[in-house]
Design a protein around this ligand. Sequence first.
Ligand code: SF4
Length: 488
Amino acid sequence: MFRQNFKRRRAQEKRHFADSSLETHSATLTYPYRLNFYDTPPTLEITAEEFEQWAIDRMRVLGEIESRLARNFPPKELEASLRPILDKYLPLGSNASMARASSSDPTPVDIKNGPLHFDENNEQHKRLKDHYSHFILRLAFCRSQELRKRFVHAETVLFRIRYNSDDPEERAAFAQSCNLAWDPVTDSERSELSKKLDWLAETDKDSSFFKVDFERVPDLVADRRVVLHNGKAYVPRSQLQSFVQTEFSSRLDRALLQTVRALPRLEEDDRLVPLLNHLAVGFEAFSTYDPAQVGGVPGSADEIRASNVDALVDAHYPLCMQTMHRGLVSTKHLRYNARLQYGNFLKWIGLSVDEALIFWRSHFNVPEDKFSKEYRYNIRHQYGLEGSRINYRPHSCAEIINGPLPARGEFHGCPYRTFSTDTLVASLQRMGINDTQHLAEIQGNVARRQYHVACTQVYELTHPEDTKKYDETITHPNQYFERSYKQK
Ligand code: SF4
């Protein structure tokens, strides 16, 4: 829906999306650092396609961060597992790598001659994409306290990952440039507080300090990693990272509250509102899995037949598809929503239309003429062979989770959302998950409404042999099947 609306407007592609009240006019734009505090909104013209695509790319990164945090990844594993995702969707190189690519200084992005022609190999352009995508998502995520909290959390983790992987000299230069308003500790203060500072310096292996108002470093105060004196926190240099990150999140927090105030003016822009509403659904709505690119499980066309579908259910189906299949077997029928979800799923795992007709015929308890009249056409329609001949795609988790809820006697939807606690636990136990801690963690994610994260946990627990299981969060039932099937 959103895409259709948006495409209709592609004739007006070259638009200026910046809020004019926030503009700072300049003829060129240079990003001297890889890191960014995003203090200044961008003002360059970009196309509607870039606006949409850059926002979605950043959503994918933030979604993967949120999912990994919910699955309690340790910091090192979190950073390592996110590296390929960052390289794919939001790559950023250091100044040193830019200098290696070009002997001259970083070339500023020239905006004098009209809209940018984005070059994905140009380091300045990558930074510009990072800058824009951050500000676009601010517009989407400033709307409620819950969205703001999620956005600040995920963005701060992204900043931390980049900070930790930055070149130390560039990182120090960036921190200096941020106007962080810290004060040096004078020699007299150093000797006055020597007892306390020396103890901290010894435990922290760092003898140099700076001082800030204590409320600016609440985490360090809580962890007793600073010395407090006269309302000031004396912070060891080694804790600069924590200080910079705290500063990043508090500035972003404040900026989001300012952005809310600018929103009413945006509501008049009918190009932006549908996109921003779509983005605000949440990170999980942006699947990194594209079934069209996969086109079914490779090599499965000859293997996936009506006669062996039953054998795939326990081994490779996510819980939603298991539920529909079992509902089909037990009631000999499925209602419309489940036929749609399950039928598209089967098509994209590689079941041909002829095999689909055999499959549905053998499972439906209806006379032949009723099946031909009421169901044959719909199955062929699903394969793009009747009517408007659209090659329908399978539903993603976001579409299933946000779609219609099942009524009594219906089996569609996401079980992590629709099942009662007892039914969910029984289903998980049937899948072999019996450990009480694992069950509690999965239920915790369900309670936080992170259904796709719960499903990813289930995949990980039931597929210990999959070494690539941490690559991407499950956001699509066909992705779950494909990954599982490749392990066999
Ligand atoms: Fe199916 Fe997605 Fe729900 Fe998993 S999270 S059960 S794949 S809809």
